[in-house]
Design a protein around this ligand. Structure first.
Ligand SMILES: *Cc1c(COP(=O)(O)O)cnc(C)c1O
Length: 387
């Protein structure tokens, strides 16, 4: 039997046709498909600006630079995230610190953040940027984070790599009501895909202008941004040091076509989650808890093993599921445990909830194209392994 991955893309004939159309058009990159995709995402989310880039990692880097993060500054984020949420600070020669997670949502804890900010204020070491990661697609407690951002003067980035298509307080994630910039990822395991790709959304004209320069070498053709009148029709100016973080039209065409199905993607993920909730309810597991303020994008479905009720170790359960062709995963190894980060000297005992999560969590398969029969196979494997 074919192994079942924890996540995978869903490519339709229409998606293929959209890509082929670009391949046979005049522009493979810097054509009309990118702005069309950006407009579709901005429109869906209710954001003023959307800037497509070649990955969410690039978008996070551009976002940090646009917010002025630099040497000596601090960026705080959750340790339970992909490395990119923190690496963006190191690219800017800033430093990273972590805030422990909430035991129910597994997102950065607003209580822990409040306590850490009080201490940091006394020490005069407040963060310049906080990256709030919507783990599994479930939005963070953005209202409280925004109050803290205003009180302590830091900028807020939502790393919504898991969360496109979800909502918070009845409004789409990405509308920027509570943050400065929101980032989406379009890697194939995420909710919609462009193969590689990401996007930064903002309502601030200045931040959009900076990120637009940063994603394309710091070059502009807009006379308003130049130091003097253009020398002629050929003229452009490099006014900042930027990068080549552009998305291609091939990718954007795929993204635009995928975006047309986003509601169906999210609905199916919720249907699968409800089935898991019901079928796994009687096992010695802690199932995902959904805060009523949010509607998750449900990128991931994370179960936690109640190890005191299970006769096998976390590792043994994980390996046994993989042996049965259920390609479970663990999102994520707390970042302070990564050798690269450990060298900065974090203390694991500062993050008891992240440590507990790491001892117990397993991501089980969750993707739009998963059939009910495949899901039943996953559940039967879990039942057998825990028996
Ligand atoms: C996938 C992911 C990223 C990076 O996305 P890329 O598009 O692969 O660069 C960043 N943050 C989180 C939380 C992610 O899951």
């Amino acid at each position: 039997m074919k192994p079942i991955p924890y996540g995978r893309q869903d490519i339709s004939d229409k998606d293929v046709a959209a890509v082929v159309e670009v391949l046979t058009s005049d522009f493979l990159t810097q054509g009309p498909a990118v702005p069309r995709f950006e407009a579709a995402v901005a429109g869906h989310c209710g954001a003023r600006h959307a800037l497509a880039m070649n990955s969410a990692t690039s978008a996070l880097h551009a976002a940090c630079l646009a917010l002025g993060l630099g040497p000596g500054d601090l960026l705080w984020t959750t340790p339970v995230t992909f490395v990119a949420s923190a690496n963006c600070a190191l690219y800017c020669e800033a430093e990273v610190d972590f805030v422990d997670i909430d035991p129910r949502t597994y997102n950065l804890s607003a209580d822990a953040l409040t306590a850490k900010l009080e201490t940091a204020e006394r020490k005069g070491r407040l963060p310049k940027v906080v990256v709030a990661v919507h783990l599994c697609g479930q939005p963070c407690d953005m209202r409280r984070l925004k109050v803290l951002a205003d009180r302590y003067g830091f900028a807020l980035i939502e790393d919504a790599s898991h969360a496109i298509g979800g909502s918070y307080m009845g409004e789409p994630i990405g509308n920027g009501r509570y943050s400065d910039i929101t980032i989406f990822s379009f890697h194939p395991v995420k909710i919609i895909t462009t193969a590689e790709g990401g996007m930064a959304l903002t309502n601030h004209d200045k931040l959009a202008e900076r990120m637009n320069l940063l994603r394309s070498h710091g070059i502009t053709r807009d006379p308003d941004l130049m130091t003097h009148e253009p020398d002629g029709g050929w003229y452009y100016q490099q006014v900042k040091l930027g990068y080549n973080y552009r998305m291609t039209d091939v990718q954007a065409a795929l993204g635009h076509s995928q975006m047309e199905r986003i509601e169906g993607f999210i609905a199916r993920r919720h249907e699968l989650a409800r089935r898991y909730d019901a079928m796994l309810a009687d096992l010695p597991l802690t199932l995902p808890w959904q805060h009523p303020d949010g509607h998750s994008g449900l990128h991931l479905y994370v179960i936690r093993l109640q190890l005191d009720r299970i006769g096998r170790s976390h590792r043994a359960v994980f390996d046994a599921l993989r042996e049965r062709g259920i390609l479970v995963n663990l999102h994520y190894i707390p970042l302070y445990r990564q050798p690269y980060y450990a060298a900065f000297g974090y203390d694991r005992t500062d993050f008891p909830e992240a440590e507990a999560y790491y001892r117990e969590a397993i991501s089980i398969p969750m993707f739009h194209a998963m059939t009910d029969a495949e899901q039943t196979r996953v559940v039967e494997a879990i039942e057998a392994v825990l028996a």
